[in-house]
Design a protein around this ligand. Structure first.
Ligand SMILES: *[C@@H]1O[C@H](CO)[C@@H](O)[C@H](O)[C@H]1NC(C)=O
Ligand SMILES: *[C@@H]1O[C@H](CO)[C@@H](O)[C@H](O)[C@H]1NC(C)=O
Ligand SMILES: *[C@@H]1O[C@H](CO)[C@@H](O)[C@H](O)[C@H]1NC(C)=O
Ligand SMILES: *[C@@H]1O[C@H](CO)[C@@H](O)[C@H](O)[C@H]1NC(C)=O
Ligand SMILES: *[C@@H]1O[C@H](CO)[C@@H](O)[C@H](O)[C@H]1NC(C)=O
Length: 447
């Protein structure tokens, strides 16, 4: 099968242009793990120009001091290089596979990749840094001590856009496992996560320059593959690093509260979390910055907080690297019929809607639908009745409950929505008059 990107590459080769976007691939589990080799394969077959720069040995969970690389006093992991090998080395048959022996090597390896290998192989800085997927998740306050996240932050602070990826179903096994035992759970999981990571990277890098705002990076975590047997079973949820009911997040589907990434990844369903955070503090960013990144990943099959309320945002602008996908991206498998309808309606609406400029923070809040008021009212009750349900499951239960209600039971929420509609219309009228000059920007009021 010729992938879309291979076609794009053929096209660029014919035109005599440079190959795909330049990627430094790094991790903290070491240069010879199955996960990072699967990732290297997937990025390459997606058309990226990849150079791998990873620790010589497993540095997962080690301390935070830094030191110059040193000659190896033990073998590289899985005996991939002997004692006495140089501090920085590469695979003689594939010089794009590089190791660095220092401590904590994840940060030193990504630095070496950006500062030494990129000029050598790309003759320019890399376009993007992929850190991971890590063996094990990095969620919530746990990201503070993560080398995988640390490497993505280091890249961002050096001005290179990056994302940290972490995987639930994974172990530090040798890359040779991918060939000797391709049907094992770990080999299959490594390939699935590698596909998802390559797809995410395609969408984000393909969204055009600047790939990400400066000083921030993105944390992606994948749930276990137990009940998610293929990359196409997964969908993506825009999340926050830490739960915070007081924070106002980017508005999605009429709510301004994003779920915490750990609830999404540890909950049921095949949901990968996507959180945007400050590369210096590792704290959540403001709603405006979240909004910029949300619009950049809009081409993923993206689900938003209420589980079954899915939207597709407008496509990113024409991108320099990839041709448009000939087939639609995989859609979540087990969505209630309602969702498809909502999704299609939302897609139609957004296609027609003109692209909006930066959102005025003083702009009036849109009206919430009857369903949103119902959700606010019932969410805690559903959660209390189903203590084991994750956020996706709660969303589905809420949807089912709403369908069960008769008109009389829905009435209070319908009335609340009607009042809120009037409120929103009044606020909008006041706001529009206040704006005086004919800024014709139309805010979409219906829900
Ligand atoms: C080195 O590269 C060759 C060719 O791609 C590959 O067969 C071999 O397994 C690699 N070894 C390591 C340690 O990466
Ligand atoms: C890698 O290091 C981590 C942290 O010390 C440890 O938990 C893990 O078992 C190590 N993996 C291997 C294959 O040694
Ligand atoms: C990963 O992608 C390749 C190429 O698109 C595909 O052939 C393969 O089946 C995918 N693997 C998984 C586990 O989804
Ligand atoms: C990150 O946080 C630091 C410290 O609060 C702040 O100075 C900086 O502006 C923040 N960066 C971004 C991109 O928000
Ligand atoms: C939210 O605000 C309440 C009341 O001011 C406070 O008690 C709580 O700690 C805040 N929560 C967070 C996560 O900031």
């Amino acid at each position: 099968m010729l992938s879309i990107v291979s076609i794009a590459l053929l096209a660029t080769h014919v035109l005599g242009q440079s190959p795909g976007p330049k990627i430094i691939l790094t991790n903290d589990d070491g240069w010879a793990t199955a996960q990072v080799h699967a990732q290297n394969d997937a990025l390459k077959s997606s058309g990226f120009d990849v150079v791998l720069s990873c620790p010589a040995i497993n540095r997962s969970g080690t301390g935070s001091s830094t030191a110059p690389p040193t000659v190896l006093t033990t073998e590289c992991e899985f005996s991939t290089c002997p004692v006495g090998s140089p501090a920085e080395g590469f695979n003689a048959s594939d010089p794009r596979l590089n190791y660095v022996n220092s401590f904590p090597t994840s940060v030193d390896a990504v630095r070496f990749g950006i500062q030494t290998l990129a000029p050598e192989f790309f003759n320019s800085p890399p376009d993007f840094v992929v850190s991971g997927p890590n063996v094990g998740t990095n969620l919530g306050s746990g990201i503070q001590g993560s080398r995988t996240v640390g490497a993505a932050c280091e890249a961002a602070l050096e001005g290179i856009p990056s994302t940290a990826f972490s995987a639930s179903t994974a172990q530090q096994v040798s890359f040779t496992t991918l060939d000797t035992d391709p049907g094992s759970t770990l080999s299959i999981a490594a390939r699935i996560y590698a596909n998802l990571t390559a797809h995410f990277t395609q969408v984000l890098v393909g969204s055009g320059a600047p790939i990400l705002p400066p000083g921030i990076t993105v944390n992606v975590n994948f749930p276990p593959t137990d009940s998610c047997a293929a990359a196409s079973d997964f969908s993506w949820v825009f999340t926050r690093i830490l739960a915070n009911p007081n924070a106002t997040d980017v508005e999605t589907c009429g709510t301004t509260h994003l779920p915490a990434e750990s609830d999404v990844v540890r909950g049921p369903g095949c949901f990968a979390s996507v959180s945007v955070f400050n590369a210096s503090t590792k704290a959540d960013v403001d709603a405006a910055t979240q909004g910029i990144v949300l619009s950049k990943v809009a081409n993923l099959p993206l689900l938003l907080p209420y589980g079954f309320l899915a939207v597709r945002l407008p496509s990113p602008p024409e991108n320099p690297f990839f041709l448009p996908s000939p087939s639609p991206p995989p859609t979540p498998t087990k969505m209630p019929k309602e969702a498809t309808k909502t999704k299609r309606k939302a897609a139609e609406k957004t296609e027609k809607a003109p692209r909006k400029g930066k959102k005025d923070p003083k702009a009036p809040k849109r009206a919430l639908s009857a369903y949103m008021f119902f959700s606010q009212d019932w969410r805690e009750r559903i959660k209390a009745e189903n203590p084991d349900a994750g956020f996706g499951e709660v969303g589905k239960l809420l949807g089912a409950k709403w369908k069960e209600l008769d008109d009389e039971e829905k009435k209070p929420y319908v009335e609340q929505a009607a009042r809120d509609k009037t409120r929103a219309e009044d606020e909008k009228a006041a706001y529009d008059t206040g704006k005086k000059s004919g800024g014709s920007e139309e805010d979409d009021e219906e829900d």
